[in-house]
Design a protein around this ligand. Structure first.
Ligand code: ATP
Length: 349
């Protein structure tokens, strides 16, 4: 039995917006699942339904096999971190962080110890006697995290908890959340639209789009073997290169680009995809094009090439010496080639 199970979960808002359309998801105990997708894909709505802050239009949410539909938020025993702090303004940081411990049979001393230990972990021990209005945005967000993690709930639900922090702090907090979550073993649903954050944190990445799940898999699998064209394009920066074409005479063909296929392929529309690190410039090459620009990124370079199949991006560790306007060949590494159904967009190989 899954620890948390979302079963055909759907939400249509009163104005007719179908925010979530039949989401099925099984989470194991202790798993850290990241819901990742573009703005408006239904991540927050899904999380709010699990928290009990939004009523599903259809479907079930099962916690250890028990339907939580009729449970109010406080009975669900979740530690929720919102993107925008949501601290009690009239309480000090100490009181905010200790708030979730209030209805537990803990002595005042034990509560104080838990609050201080958590404050120390998050680097906010010097702020315990201040009020939220006396804190920076980053500090307020750390207080929110401390409040969610000061006890061990059944679920952590985190909605873009690091969105407002600067880059260094974000990295430090990311490590801390992962460390704390591993320590506690609390099953976690974490929402972000930042794929780097998703890839580095998640046991499993759930890619959403248009209120549905496109793929649910380990980060490395989502990157290497995307389930469809949407995931292939959305994951990776830049995303995958594509050529839309067809199968004819045992080969993929798009304009003059021909890529031999192994095995028997029925004729039909096919899209070939390949990530920038699997293509390089070559005097000869399966595909030809004109260099648009070479971008210097510090640790690598991206060469943009205008091809008959559209713009392709090649990743190079070294300077390629290519000039805008130059005619070049593009060589593909067979290992990196992925093939997608030309109609449905689902990955075939
Ligand atoms: P973001 O990353 O921008 O927060 P999201 O993936 O979390 O986006 P949701 O906030 O779940 O997406 O929103 C999903 C869709 O539902 C969007 O089209 C949004 O405009 C719509 N929506 C959200 N809340 C409401 C509401 N209360 N009433 C009507 N529509 C809503």
């Amino acid at each position: 039995m899954s620890f948390l199970q979302l079963d055909s979960l759907a939400k249509t808002y009163p104005d007719g917006t179908e925010a979530v359309r039949g989401v099925d998801l099984c989470c194991q105990r202790g798993e850290l699942i990241v819901l990742l997708g573009p703005s408006g894909c239904g991540k927050t709505t899904t999380l709010r339904m699990v928290a009990g802050l939004e009523k599903p239009s259809a479907g079930r949410i099962l916690l250890e096999g028990v339907d939580m539909a009729s449970w109010p938020p406080q009975r669900r025993d979740v530690g929720f971190v919102f993107q925008f702090y949501a601290l009690y303004p009239h309480l000090t940081v100490r009181e905010n962080v200790s708030f979730p411990l209030g209805n537990r049979a803990l002595s005042a001393d034990a509560q104080a110890q838990l609050v201080e230990a958590m404050a120390e972990r998050l680097g906010i021990e010097a702020l315990l006697d201040r009020y939220p209005r006396q804190l920076s945005g980053g500090d307020q967000q750390r207080v929110s995290l401390a409040r969610a993690m000061v006890r061990k709930p059944r679920l952590y639900l985190m909605d873009e908890p690091l969105g407002t922090l600067d880059a260094d702090l974000r990295l430090a907090m990311r490590e801390l959340i992962r460390d704390q979550q591993l320590r506690d073993g609390v099953t976690t649903l974490y929402v972000t639209h930042d794929q780097e954050e998703a890839m580095s944190l998640a046991d499993r990445v759930v890619v959403m789009e248009g209120g549905t799940i496109r793929q649910s898999a380990r980060a490395a699998e989502v990157y290497a073997d995307p389930a469809d064209l949407f995931v292939a394009h959305f994951i990776g920066s830049p995303g995958m290169n594509f050529a839309q074409g067809e199968v004819r005479d045992g080969a993929f063909r798009a304009e003059e680009f021909v890529w031999p296929l192994e095995g028997a392929w029925p004729p039909g529309a096919l899209t070939l995809g390949i990530r920038p690190e699997y293509v390089r410039l070559a005097s000869e090459g399966a595909l030809r094009g004109e260099v648009l620009v070479e971008e210097y990124m510090g640790s690598c370079r991206y060469v943009h090439v205008d091809t008959p199949c559209g713009r392709w991006v090649l990743r190079s560790e070294e300077e390629t010496g290519s000039q805008p306007g130059e005619q070049v060949g593009i060589e593909l590494e067979a290992d990196g080639v992925r093939l997608f159904d030309g109609q449905s967009g689902r990955r075939i190989q």
